[in-house]
Design a protein around this ligand. Structure first.
Ligand code: ADP
Ligand code: MG
Ligand code: ZN
Length: 199
């Protein structure tokens, strides 16, 4: 897709979708191109997500790029320094203050690329993503391949011992025994307690 970025000032791009949809891959692709073009680039990720590597953004296919793990939005803001292009991966894990922070960077003239899960495992909007989507100049919603049927997967299925995880579980579980699959709308299975939780 050909896009004409604004000629003055910065802007906000959001890359969203379920797990395995290639958000990190796309983030790395965009920021690497910016770097090759001579722009100063910084990628941030929340310190919570150390599944693969504490200091790199790593895609499930193995692509990686240097990143800065931060514990808060304030730390992110302090470490932007002279970057012209700022990537924020796993943006759904940041506190709500990430929205005004991203907008402030864009207003200051930076290109901000935010990537994250648009839905949690219950298929509810995830953290700051809805607001980021509505403020963004550019939005891409990526799909994975449904683990069940091969169709376009737009949801993340959390499994515990192979069965759909309870709807009432924590939204964020780090380093636990959960497994995740990308699934399409038709194949996504709510936890057994979903109807009760929704009532
Ligand atoms: P995300 O950041 O959205 O979780 P990544 O960029 O880390 O995604 O990983 C994308 C890669 O994951 C794909 O290129 C592919 O190699 C791998 N992958 C594993 N399972 C799937 C799946 N079900 N659908 C698509 N890609 C998958
Ligand atoms: Mg990712
Ligand atoms: Zn399916």
């Amino acid at each position: 897709m050909i896009r004409i970025p604004p000629q003055r000032g910065g802007w906000l791009e959001v890359i969203c979708g379920p797990m395995f949809s290639g958000k990190s891959e796309e983030m790395i692709r965009r920021l690497r191109r910016a770097e090759i073009a001579g722009q100063r680039v910084a990628i941030f990720k929340p310190r919570i997500d150390d599944r693969f590597d504490a200091t790199d953004v790593v895609s499930h296919a193995g692509a990686r790029m240097r990143a800065i793990a931060v514990s808060s939005v304030a730390e992110l803001q302090a470490r932007v320094r002279d970057a012209e292009v700022v990537g924020i991966d796993e943006v759904q894990f940041f506190e709500p203050a990430v929205v005004p922070a991203a907008l402030e960077l864009a207003d200051r003239g930076l290109r901000v690329v935010a990537a994250g899960l648009d839905q949690d495992f219950r298929r509810l909007p995830f953290g700051p993503i809805p607001e980021l989507l509505s403020h963004a100049e550019f939005v891409d919603k990526l799909q994975a391949v449904c683990h069940r049927c091969g169709g376009p997967a737009t949801t993340t299925q959390r499994l515990v011992d192979g069965a759909p995880a309870p709807y009432s579980g924590e939204t964020v579980v780090v380093g636990a025994a959960e497994q995740y699959e990308a699934r399409c709308r038709g194949c996504h299975e709510p936890g057994a307690d979903a109807a009760r939780a929704a009532a």
